[in-house]
Ligand binder design. Sequence first.
Ligand code: SF4
Length: 88
Amino acid sequence: MKLRVLVDPDLCIGAASCVTIMPETFQMNGENKAFVLDHGKEPGGSSYERWIEVSDAEKETVILAAQSCPTLAVFIFDEAGVQLYPEL
Ligand code: SF4
């Protein structure tokens, strides 16, 4: 399945817990903000938002990474545009 993963750089405080949990999806940039990778790659360059193809296990891990964020800066949407996290 595909997920849209988005980091709001205005909310990100650089705590890096998302990076610790899922470094193939989250890395820190020079401004100490997390950006989103596709399995360790950055097609089209660094981006705070990306569609990534994930397995069921990867989906669980990306949600865990989002849950670890102290400022709820990571947003996850499914293919239908439903916000999976933070839950509304
Ligand atoms: S856990 Fe949240 S605050 Fe920390 S780097 Fe990731 S997005 Fe930013």
